[in-house]
Design a protein around this ligand. Structure first.
Ligand SMILES: [Zn+2]
Length: 270
């Protein structure tokens, strides 16, 4: 579930917690299947490395180490928690990076779909579409890309190789704000409507980041940032998980698009 707003919140919190420039003095791996190398190689390459930058591209969180990149995808239920050195490991806490300042980052993931990739460079992310928070996410190229495809808009917006960062929640919200049906064929979208959609995406994501992401429940599986603190954007959702349209009070419809449940208003979105 963590989408761009949640991963950006985690990244911002890691900067605020002064993780940057920390040296990783120890590594614990309880579930080696979550890393892309052998446990031994991972520990060998990560231990004694310093974190020289923290980035986010799409839904990927990236720790730039001295000569490696640790790329993390949280998938459905991955979390990054900041704990003290006296932390007692609990169920579903699979990996820990321990720092010289006695703090540690703990990777918690009940469903274990997340993954840690240790790479020499970021070329594995080259195929991703434009990150929607990057300066290169501009209307003209977004519109041009829309016009080059003949797919329903929801499928396209969820496709990380089309644009990077959005998932089910924020696509539902952006389409509602732009008054666009999730099954609208991209080729048929007018320039004016495409503009509405482009600015709706920006508006929704910026508001979601200000609200520290969306937590759709209060269990430990739901999104929370590094202090296990929940987001607040669930209180601002207009259509996702809702029963009634806030504009016209019609019943919110649910259909499957790209195997994901889409929430939308038949009257307001066409
Ligand atoms: Zn409506």
């Amino acid at each position: 579930m963590p989408e761009i707003a949640e991963v950006e919140t985690i990244k911002n919190d890691l900067f605020a917690a002064k993780i940057l420039s920390q040296k990783i003095v120890d590594v614990k791996i309880f579930k080696p299947s979550l890393i892309n190398t052998s446990k031994k190689a991972f520990v060998h390459k990560v231990k004694n490395s310093r974190i020289i930058n923290i980035k986010r591209i799409g839904k990927y969180l990236i720790f730039v180490l001295e000569d490696k990149f640790l790329i993390i995808h949280l998938r459905m239920t991955g979390h990054i928690f900041l704990k003290d050195q006296n932390h007692i490991f609990q169920k579903h806490e699979h990996i820990a990076l321990i720092f010289e300042n006695k703090k540690m980052l703990v990777y918690f993931d009940p469903r274990r779909f997340g993954k840690f990739y240790l790479r020499d460079d970021l070329s594995s992310l080259d195929k991703l579409g434009c990150d929607i928070l990057s300066k290169s996410f501009i209307f003209d190229s977004f519109y041009e890309k829309l016009k080059s495809k003949k797919k329903n808009i929801k499928t396209l917006l969820l496709d990380q190789n089309f644009i990077a960062g959005l998932g089910n929640i924020y696509v539902d919200e952006a389409l509602f704000l732009a008054k666009m049906h999730p099954e609208k064929i991209s080729l048929n979208i007018t320039k004016e409507k495409a503009k509405d959609l482009f600015f709706s995406i920006k508006k929704i994501i910026s508001k979601a980041i200000k609200n520290r992401g969306t937590s759709l429940g209060k269990s430990r599986s739901n999104f929370s940032s590094i202090y296990e603190d929940f987001g607040n954007f669930q209180n601002h959702l207009l259509v996702h998980t809702k029963k009634t349209c806030p504009n016209c009070f019609s019943e919110i419809k649910k259909i499957k698009v790209s195997q994901r449940t889409s929430h939308f208003c038949e009257k307001c979105q066409n």
